[in-house]
Write a new protein. Structure first.
Length: 500
């Protein structure tokens, strides 16, 4: 489960949906009734997102005779990585549109419609046309929904509402339920009926979520539709013109062959690096920052780099690991061969089981828990350890790796994720300047975007290097980087100026 899938408590209003401090008479497990509709649309969006992504790489590289498009594995993995990077780049756009133009609720609703259109394109349009149109729409829609669903949940509670944490926990459960069920359903349909039926199931799931949300969105508080920092009429015209020009330039670059499937991950990496540098420059040069805030932004730089390295390995769940599962994993379970896509459902199970335990552990340890830079370092090193576990079974040919091996590896992935992902979202809000909180959260999402795109590029090495060499080098580098972050943690902590 990726970082943006972990909800953060970012309310935009102090008002409960009934306009006062009293608890609504109709509730959803003791929570505001409107939470059920946001829970539903987020659950079905994760169902469709992970369900589609679970079969996407196979659709790209399986032979035409097997229902796929027959791409080289490296190119297919690169597209999946670039797509993942595009989703997290889109969260920045979605947050900006909510803050400056439409408000969070309207962006959420519009994004859900765009996602439906994207999944329908994958299900109904043939070949590369469906892939291109579908992935662009799903990336834009998922980014917009991801950026705003949490904010809409926050508007359901006053700041002192004691139900808030429990409400976000329910929301988190919906995310993981969708992530768990999606690959199981689409994988079973793809293996028995075909890819387009699997994509169609993802579309149906998102339609169900959209219908439920459409029915319930009227019950949301007015604050969910507020525009915190609206653009002027002239500003809207300027930015609309910029967007139109950018769209035309992208289309032209595609038509003349400068943007192609084989160089798409590199382009996404370059755009993300440029955006991150620009964001840091804007933050560090802003006159609104005092000395303490500027030091805290500097402290976020090594955390950003560690996060990018972590996600470049973690997001290989959707690039390298699907290839490994299909070609090297013994998928026989009690005499029955399970679809390789079901491997994608292992991580959400561990997240559901372990996230509460980690929360309780941090609470129990209190001030004695590891500081944030140490957690980042351990998370980065931990995902490297997971890659080294692959070495136990490297060197073989065919499906010789036992199913329990991938369970152990993804368990290690999950431990590493829980050390870094929710902690990263939390620290991005704590280190953020008072006037630019959204920008710092956007920077964390950019680290996920960068890592996702890099994961696609690294998959090209997996297909060309010996298996053991690849896992050994990548895992070893991650461990060294993690240990470096742990070693410099006292210096980073000083820059954080009181934030742990």
């Amino acid at each position: 489960m990726a970082s943006g899938d972990t909800p953060t408590d970012t309310p935009s209003s102090d008002h409960s949906p009934d306009g006062g401090a009293s608890t609504p008479t109709r509730t959803f497990f003791g929570q505001p009734r409107a939470l059920a509709h946001i829970f539903g649309v987020e659950m079905w969006e994760r169902f469709s997102f992970y369900g589609m992504q679970g079969i996407l790489i196979y659709y790209l590289y399986f032979s035409v005779a097997d229902g796929g498009l027959g791409m080289p594995q490296a190119a297919a993995a690169g597209i999946v990585g670039a797509y993942g990077g595009g989703v997290y780049l889109s969260t920045v756009l979605g947050a900006w549109l909510a803050d400056r133009v439409f408000g969070s609720e309207r962006v959420l609703f519009s994004s859900a419609i765009i996602i439906v259109c994207g999944h329908l394109a994958l299900a109904l349009l043939p070949g590369f046309i469906g892939v291109g149109v579908g992935l662009i729409l799903v990336a834009l829609g998922s980014g917009g929904l991801k950026a705003n669903a949490t904010s809409v949940v926050g508007t359901l509670y006053s700041r002192d509402d004691t139900r808030r944490d429990a409400g976000f926990s329910l929301f988190y459960l919906g995310i993981n339920l969708g992530s768990f069920v999606g690959p199981i359903v689409t994988g079973a349909l793809q293996s028995s009926v075909g890819f387009h039926i699997g994509f169609g199931a993802a579309a149906v799931g998102m339609v169900l979520g959209l219908i439920q949300y459409s029915i319930g969105r009227r019950g949301l508080p007015a604050s969910a539709r507020e525009v915190p920092n609206p653009l002027s009429g002239v500003g809207r015209l300027i930015w609309a013109s910029v967007a139109a020009v950018a769209a035309v330039v992208i289309v032209v670059l595609c038509l003349v062959g400068l943007i192609r499937a084989d160089n798409l991950p590199g382009i996404v990496i370059a755009v993300t690096v440029f955006a991150a540098i620009a964001y840091f420059a804007v933050l560090l040069t802003s006159r609104k920052l005092d000395a303490t805030e500027r030091h805290r932004v500097f402290a976020f730089i090594p955390l950003f780099l560690a996060s990018s390295a972590f996600w470049s390995l973690y997001q290989q769940q959707f690039t390298v690991i699907p290839i490994y599962a299909e070609q090297r994993l013994d998928l026989t379970l009690f005499g029955w061969s399970i679809p390789p896509t079901w491997v994608q459902s292992i991580n959400p199970v561990f997240i559901i089981l372990l996230s509460g335990a980690f929360a309780a552990l941090w609470t129990k340890w209190g001030q004695c828990q590891p500081v944030t830079p140490v957690k980042f370092g351990l998370g980065t090193a931990g995902v490297g350890v997971a890659f080294l576990i692959f070495l136990i079974w490297s060197g073989g040919e065919g499906p010789t790796t036992p199913l329990l091996a991938i369970v152990l590896i993804l368990f290690t992935f999950t431990i590493a994720e829980l050390l870094l992902s929710p902690v990263g979202l939390s620290v991005s809000t704590k280190l953020a300047p008072r006037s630019m909180r959204a920008q710092m959260v956007a920077l964390f999402f950019l680290s996920v975007a960068l890592g996702s795109a890099v994961s696609g590029e690294l998959a090209g090495l997996y297909t060309s290097l010996p298996e053991g060499v690849y896992f050994g080098i990548i895992g070893g580098i991650a461990i060294v980087l993690g240990l470096i972050v742990v070693a410099i943690s006292p210096w980073v902590l000083r820059l954080m100026r009181g934030v742990r």
